[in-house]
Design a protein around this ligand. Structure first.
Ligand code: NA7
Length: 544
């Protein structure tokens, strides 16, 4: 009885990025009817929207792809160590075509609400056009960084020039040639965009609130022999990735930074600096993320590199970060600090001279006025929970997810996959999972496979609903909090802490114990017949 015409599905998945696509494939292979809803016009998620100049992934290409299919792996070849956005989007399209995914995806459709219907134990899901769909399982594949953060400066609608947000970049090429451009924000997106825009624009003014640690990406094209070796050893590499901290096949060195002499430390840091890579500096010693004095050593090293690179000492001083290294997501760049040596680039510190308002021609800070042809907001995202709040999700007794999570009380999930009061709802890379700290692809595959296995378990045992037990989610949330508080991560204002959004409750929103440990915990829960969840038995025969 479940068919497309009646708009009744076994599962509705929201989002057609890496996670939604694999969820669709996995469930469809198992014989379920699935419909994916996607606001964009095509597949890609993050890589569909983030088309700003210089956009690339900060995880090495050979690890940032699906691993579940040998065929996909063998038919795709990455050009370089850090692929650019168009190449990643081409890869996603290649997968969508290869697995014939588009026939079960409805594009240009936003899900506005999802309500658990207690009578028939289904989810009633509403689209922006007012259509209602019914599904047994409601699965969110929203991404963690998909709700863009647009600051609410006075006069936002006054500016007459071109206005962009890095996370919602137009599909047509934006040409900055001969233009005066302003960019607000120096996170990963800003740091990737700034060197590229600076080459094109007549003048670029960077508005920086917090100076950042960034290390050279050392991007390069892949050598075919190296790629061949990777293909041959993929099984081993994958085993290392899934057992690791962050989903890449490397591990922190088992030594304290304080046990080496300053000279030896310098040598170790220099070597890591030359290698490039997102976690390379972080992994030089095992206590950088936890011990202030250890962290100071690497922070000082990066500061010295910035000071050596930037020629104007006043500008260099403004660029020196003061927070704990690695407590915001590490950044890797191509010629970021060098860009400040260009004559056409100006840096403005908006911590000391804050932006007051936008004007018709540009913006005004407390002390100065600036005129631009184009303004770029590289101001990031309402991370992790933000995408959920764009929908009205209601569980049992009409309880709203937004109210459950957003209004002061601690965020509560079980394993970052489920939340009490919302039966048969699964979150791929949800809050309190390690995903945002990791290579997303490793986390996505693990979640999708775990969720599919759980749905299979329900079918095999003729179960109607599964729901996290409140005590289990309290324990999980506590565990997340305790681990986070052991690290330095909670001591910095970051989007992991919800600190970049005004009025957002503060608290570390991810599991910091690493993807390897997390996988073991999730597998253990499944092996114990979904310990921490409650189930109800179905009176109906569940259709295959
Ligand atoms: P991020 O990392 O959140 O960076 C946003 C930047 O914008 C950061 O420098 C912020 O300063 C700045 N910002 C945010 N709001 C404002 C306002 N209101 N005024 C001035 N400056 C502001 O986002 P990205 O898109 O760069 O990167 C997100 C993730 O994508 C990244 O971590 C990778 O995982 C991939 P702040 O530091 O908050 O003071």
């Amino acid at each position: 009885t479940r068919n497309h015409e009646a708009q009744v599905f076994d599962a509705v998945v929201v989002g057609a990025g890496f996670s939604g696509l694999y969820m669709l494939h996995r469930l469809r292979e198992l014989g379920y009817s699935v419909r994916v809803y996607e606001a964009g016009e095509d597949v890609g998620g993050t890589w569909y929207w983030n088309r700003y100049p210089g956009a690339r992934c900060d995880i090495e290409s050979i690890y940032y792809n699906y691993t579940f299919s040998e065929e996909l792996r063998n038919e795709w070849t990455w050009s370089s160590r850090y692929a650019e956005q168009p190449e990643i989007l081409r890869y996603i399209n290649f997968v969508a075509d290869k697995l014939d995914l588009r026939r079960d995806i409805q594009f240009k459709t936003r899900i506005t609400s999802a309500t658990f219907n207690e009578k028939n134990k289904n989810w009633d899901i509403q689209t922006g056009e007012g259509n209602t769909i019914t599904a047994k399982y409601f699965i969110t594949a929203l991404g963690c960084l998909s709700a863009s953060n647009m600051p609410n400066f006075k006069g936002m609608d006054r500016f007459k020039g071109e206005l962009y947000h890095t996370g919602k970049w137009p599909h047509e090429k934006v040409d900055f040639t001969g233009k005066k451009v302003g960019i607000i924000g120096t996170g990963s997106s800003g740091i990737q965009a700034i060197p590229v825009i600076a080459q094109e624009a007549e003048h670029l003014t960077v508005f920086q609130r917090t100076p950042q640690f960034s290390a050279p990406a050392e991007n390069h094209s892949y050598d075919p022999e190296f790629l061949q070796k990777v293909k041959e050893n993929y099984h081993e590499i994958k085993q290392q990735m899934i057992a690791s901290m962050h989903g890449v096949p490397s591990f922190p060195r088992d030594k304290s930074a304080l046990k080496d002499s300053p000279e030896e430390r310098q040598r170790v840091f220099e070597e890591a600096w030359d290698k490039g890579g997102l976690f390379t500096l972080m992994y030089t010693y095992n206590d950088i993320g936890f011990v202030k004095e250890a962290n100071d050593t690497v922070a000082e090293f990066v500061r010295s590199k910035i000071a050596q690179t930037v020629e104007n000492p006043e500008v260099a001083e403004m660029l020196l970060p003061t927070y704990y290294y690695g407590t915001k997501r590490p950044i890797i760049d191509t010629n970021y600090f060098q860009t400040y040596n260009r004559k056409n680039v100006t840096l403005v510190d908006i911590k000391s001279d804050p932006i007051d308002e936008l004007t018709s021609k540009g913006l005004r800070t407390k002390e100065s006025e600036y005129e631009f042809d184009a303004l770029v907001f590289a101001t990031g995202f309402d991370a992790i929970t933000g995408p959920f709040f764009k929908m009205d999700i209601r569980g049992k007794d009409g309880i709203s997810l937004k109210e459950k999570w957003a209004e002061g009380a601690d965020l509560k999930t079980y394993l970052g996959i489920a939340t009490a009061g919302f039966p048969n709802m699964f979150m791929i890379t949800g809050p309190q999972s390690p995903s945002v700290l990791s290579n997303m692809l490793v986390s996505i595959e693990q979640h999708v496979e775990w969720i599919a296995d759980c749905i299979e378990y329900l079918r095999e045992n003729n179960l109607e609903t599964i729901e996290a037990i409140p005590e289990a989610e309290v324990a999980w949330s506590q565990q997340c909090k305790i681990i986070a508080e052991m690290s330095l991560a909670t001591k910095t204002d970051s989007w992991y802490m919800g600190a970049n959004i005004e009025g957002k409750p503060r608290g570390f929103m991810a599991f910091l114990g690493g993807v390897g440990l997390y996988r073991q915990i999730c597998d253990d829960v499944a092996a114990k017949e979904y310990e921490g969840f409650s189930v109800t038995t179905s009176s109906k025969i569940v259709p295959k």
